[in-house]
Design a protein around this ligand. Sequence first.
Ligand SMILES: [Mn+2]
Length: 235
Amino acid sequence: MGITLIEAPIATGTTQKGMALAPERYEQAGAATALRARGHEVRTVRVETGPDREDLEAVVHGNIGLAAEIRRVADATDFPLVLGGACNVCLGSMAGLGAERIGVVWLDAHGDFNTPETSPSGYFDGMPLAVLAGRGHKELHGRIGGENVPDGYVLHIGARDLDPEEGENLHRSEILVVPAAAMRETGNAASLRPALEQLAARVEAVYLHLDIDVLDPTFAPAFNFPTPDGLPLDA
Ligand SMILES: [Mn+2]
C-alpha cells in the first residue's frame, strides 16, 4: 500500500512549542523505515503552519493546510497517516476526509471532551473531540471546514483522567466509551469487541486518532500530561 506521512507540526500557542517537534521525532525514531520494512511505499509531505501565534489562529491555519493535504493524498489513492503532536490535528484530518459515515476511534488517556464552559484550564487541546462532535468552538471548526460528527460514530478508548464535568458530559453523550480500567480488567479484545461491533454497523470507515499517552508512561514517557495506569503494549 502507498502511504503518505503528513507531518503536521501544529502548536497550540507559543507556550506549547514542543508539540510541533513531534513529527521530526517520529521520523527520527524510524516511522518511514518501519513502514517500508513492512512493504509499503512511503512518501512524506509537510504542512505549512505559518507564524507562531499565542491565539488559535495557528490552529486554524495549520488545520486548513492539513485538510488540503489530506484531500491531495486521498485523491492520489495513498493512505494518509498524519504525524502531529497536538490533538487538534483531528480537525483538519476529518475536514479533509470530508465524507459522510466516517467514524472516529479515539485512543487517549484524556477525554479531550472539554468545552470552554467545562475546562478548568481553558486548554484548547483538552477540547478537540468535543469540537468534532459539535460542542464548543463552532466558528473555528467551521473555518477549518469540518462537519459535526454524530456522537454514535465516536468510540473513545483508554480514558483514565477526565475532568469532572467533562466526564459527566462524555457519559451523558451517545459516544461509545471503553475506559482503561475495563481494558486492564478484561483484556483488549474482550473489552473492545462489543463497542467495535456497534461502531462497525454504523460507519463505513474510521479516522483513527492515537494519543500515545493512552499507553502507560513506563513505555512512552515523553508527554505533556503523563498519566499512570495506562495500557500495556501487549494486552
Ligand atoms: Mn491525551
